[in-house]
Design a protein around this ligand. Sequence first.
Ligand code: FAD
Length: 415
Amino acid sequence: MKKILVIGGGAAGIMAAISAAEHGGKVTLLEKMPSVGRKLLITGKGRCNITNNCDLDGLIQNMPGNGSFLYSAFSQFTNHDVREFFHRHGLLTKVERGGRVFPITDKAADVVATLRLALRKLQVSVVTEHPVKEFTVSDGKISKVTTIANSEYGADAFILATGGASYPGTGSSGDGYRLASALGHTIIPLRPSLVPLEVEEEWIKDLQGLSLKNIRAAIFADGKPVASEFGEMLFTHFGVSGPVILSLSEHVSEFLAAQNGNKSDITLEINLKPALTAEVLDQRIQRDFEKFIRKRMKNALNDLLPVKMIDVMIDLAHIDPEKPVHQLKKSERLRLVHQLQHVCLTVKGARPLSEAVVTAGGVSTKEINSKTMNSKLISNLYFAGEVIDVNGYTGGYNLQAAFSTGYTAGLHSVD
Ligand SMILES: Cc1cc2nc3c(=O)[nH]c(=O)nc-3n(C[C@H](O)[C@H](O)[C@H](O)COP(=O)(O)OP(=O)(O)OC[C@H]3O[C@@H](n4cnc5c(N)ncnc54)[C@H](O)[C@@H]3O)c2cc1C
């Protein structure tokens, strides 16, 4: 029976341990924190978006970071396999908007409990509060790992699944990059992905906490369109967040990394009424103004905008808030129409890596066999999850990548 040591008890490490044990390995899982699956508990706002129900091409297209590297892993353990795994272990799943798959109970804790139960059933030895600090290599193979407390663990094969460097409070503080680098692996520079954006405009502070639905947001770099998204966003004290912004942030982060210190102007443009042409929006506003004809401007937009936004939009359109509606000039009204469809924000940058949902960069995919997750440098080393230079958009793609690479690494580690 082959002895397998998995380092890191997140989505990828747990699935790697389960897969290796299911295929006949004697598995030990070393986890740094007091319990496994801590990041999983906060995924999908506590509901855990396990995977996405799209086809294989869809999975790959939604992994802007080295999606094609994952082709084989996604095929060996598909999104249907992930759902089937949870169903088989007693946790049913459901599909929501955009193909997002969640546990039927809407509880990430149930996902973690199901994975823990599977580890127990397969007699995986889970050792918590044991952060690995180094590998010992002899004759081109790893012979053992040593933990911070100087405990040593030997095995026939080792699976490194220590996650990225974001949300370090969950345990993923980037240890795997240091460990892999010490073994000679190339680490592609890390950068935040799926991260809130900071903006310069002071007025956003007045909108803090306001969430907008059905908006279109677009990113422009030096005036050129880069990407746009439709959906929901949120104003914060430092800038903007929410699903649309997190998706766009991948392009901003990539763009900033490629800039090499050169300063570019990055603008975020929000269309508050993307379903309407400017003409139709103008007609709509004229109808509102007929209704509110005896009011002042500051009290005439309640049917059109959230209350928090009214003063800001009137100000940005250079309209006197005290002006009676019936005195508003056509040119002023058209300026307001334009403003509502072109709310421009100057992007200062992305929030730090620690606040990113996902870490882009990591162990170079060029040095990993995509069919087995085996290191091309060390024969008995395998990689799984976010420690690898792969990253996806929101929608369940990152966890699918963790589960697929984990399953693949576990399966081939016992070969
Ligand atoms: C707020 C938030 C919400 C998210 N929501 C979703 C979602 O709904 N759907 C989705 O697809 N993705 C989501 N993600 C992304 C997803 O959680 C990650 O991509 C995924 O958890 C990566 O799995 P992993 O096993 O590679 O890493 P992790 O889950 O980070 O696990 C790594 C584990 O390794 C352990 N470890 C680290 N160093 C050592 C060491 N030296 N020794 C031993 N153990 C170590 C850590 O303690 C940790 O338990 C979300 C991320 C965040 C931060």
